[in-house]
Design a protein around this ligand. Structure first.
Ligand code: UN1
Length: 506
């Protein structure tokens, strides 16, 4: 067997000081893809030390000089999109168009960050005093810890790192333990681009390694995308520590509202995409469909028909709509939630928790397969299955009667607020939803997935406290300085404040 893949610290491939390794698995087959060194807290300590040292020189380069390294990465992402898309699909199980879209999304983020380096940055601000020039300028913050999830194993690391690096920060990257091969490729790309040693560092590993980043005061900024459980622990730990900032993007119990004014073709299409794309494993995936009573039966029939037949299978096959779940424990968790829904007494419409043997492609018997699970429930019932995030193809139909205010009340009846959509032909309903749905990402007549990188991406309520992605990440990885320069020999103050110094002798 080949030697395990290593960490990337200070421009070198290193083994670290732990002796443990772990394997990456193809979730569609159960096959081992490769073996990796498992990083320890002391490997993270080492990575932070070199990232802190490298920061001194990196921050002195211009934004445009720093972006040059990212253009090389961009080119490689473009040249290798098909090959890397297949690797994403093999390691995280998303069907092949999604695997490639992950790489394309990464390229877009890198392009945005590198292109932004040549755009104006900061603001020129007027002063009351003609001789004063005032500006808002940005400074990097130092070492940025990037803790990323497995469901977008190429795109999300670049959401975190591309802007952080252009803005002059250095990085310690701890990728998800389920997708170390994708992370290995990301590190190879930075190495190929010749990024100065210590500026980008990667330590493979588990939660103990991620936690060592969170615990270390030398890391002023922690960017986290992943589960609400872990995100809230991090935010709870760092929220009150002065000088430390955490930007978290977590999941949701997202919903699509389908009103009595909906075009049903758009409604069914949007609901299927929102619920089942990525096998329900996007943080923006929908697990609630809030449907008006006037069109409920027709919508239900059409949605159930598709959910019963949606193609689950080999994610490398272009005819597949849904690949497997990421890992055995996750498949067990989703199956437990399906069982919980049954125990909570909902009316089950589609149950493909156990797929027929004939549905599972040859050679894929050890994959983590699960099909759609669809049920109807009373939106006012106090049920765990309609309030907790499952992160799988587990969908509740919630019938409502009344106006758009009622639909939005149900939409907002969750501690989360990441993504959602409304399907309606009535602009007044759409506008009401736009203004009142408690969401970070909201869509009209579209699925609630598929945001483009130039949009701010993040949630409200329990879904996030910052925007560790896209444009708004600049706020997380920089500090603003209000800088005022006096061009006169005299000191003149604003607000009519006297600048005269008066002594006893005056
Ligand atoms: C995630 O939900 O886990 O908006 C990230 C989307 C993608 C990113 C999703 N651009 O669906």
């Amino acid at each position: 067997m080949a030697e395990p893949y290593q960490h990337y610290i200070d421009g070198e491939w290193v083994s670290g000081d732990g002796s443990e390794t772990f394997e990456s698995e193809n979730p569609a087959t159960g096959e081992t893809l490769a073996e990796f060194e498992r990083g320890s807290p002391s490997d993270i300590d080492q990575a932070i030390t070199v990232a802190e040292a490298a920061y001194e020189e990196w921050r002195e380069l211009s934004r445009i000089e720093r972006a040059e390294y990212l253009w090389d990465v961009y080119q490689e992402l473009r040249d290798r999109t098909d090959e890397l898309g297949e690797i994403v699909t093999k390691e995280c199980g998303k069907e092949i168009s999604e695997g490639k879209a992950d790489v394309v999304e990464a390229a877009h983020m890198v392009e945005w960050a590198a292109g932004d380096a040549r755009h104006p940055s900061g603001d020129i601000i007027p002063s009351e005093i003609a001789a004063k020039d005032a500006y808002m300028r940005r400074k990097p913050r130092g070492v940025t810890g990037c803790i990323t999830p497995w469901n977008f194993p190429i795109a999300i690391p670049y959401w975190h790192m591309a802007v952080a690096l252009v803005e002059g920060n250095t990085v310690v990257f701890k990728p998800a333990e389920q997708t170390p091969w994708c992370a290995q490729i990301i590190a190879e790309m930075f190495d190929d681009a010749g990024i100065p040693p210590g500026v980008f560092n990667m330590v493979q590993g588990f939660g103990d390694a991620g936690n060592a980043i969170v615990e270390d005061d030398r890391v002023p900024t922690v960017l986290f995308t992943g589960s609400a459980e872990v995100g809230h622990k991090i935010a709870g730990k760092l929220g009150d520590v002065s000088g430390r900032r955490v930007a978290c993007e977590m999941g949701g119990k997202n919903a699509v509202v389908i009103t009595e004014e909906a075009d049903l073709d758009i409604a069914v299409h949007s609901a299927v995409m929102s619920s089942f794309k990525t096998t329900g494993q996007r943080c923006v995936s929908a697990e609630r469909l809030i449907v008006h009573t006037d069109i409920y039966d027709e919508f239900k029939d059409r949605f159930v028909e598709i959910a019963s037949n949606v193609a689950v299978g080999d994610p490398l096959d272009e005819e597949t709509f849904m690949g497997p779940l990421i890992e055995a424990e996750h498949a067990e968790k989703v199956a437990r939630y399906n069982e919980l829904a049954r125990e909570e007494g909902v009316n089950i419409l589609v149950d493909r928790t156990e797929l027929d043997a004939a549905e599972i492609p040859d050679g894929h018997e050890n994959g983590h397969w699960i099909g759609p699970f669809v049920y109807e429930a009373d939106p006012d019932a106090d049920l765990r299955c309609i309030s907790e995030e499952v992160f799988g193809p587990h969908v509740a139909l919630l019938e409502y009667d009344g106006d758009i205010e009622r639909a939005v009340e149900i939409q907002n009846d969750t501690p989360y607020g990441l993504a959602g959509a409304i399907v309606s032909e009535d602009y007044r309903q759409i506008n009401y939803y736009r203004d009142h749905a408690e969401l970070g990402l909201a869509y009209g007549n579209l699925p609630c997935i598929g945001a483009e990188v130039q949009l701010p991406f993040g949630g409200v309520k329990k879904s996030g406290n910052g925007y560790p992605s896209a444009r708004e990440i600049i706020e997380a990885v920089t500090d603003r300085t209000a800088w005022t320069l006096n061009n006169s020999k005299d000191i003149k103050m604003a607000q009519g404040l006297s600048a005269d110094i008066i002594t006893e002798n005056d």
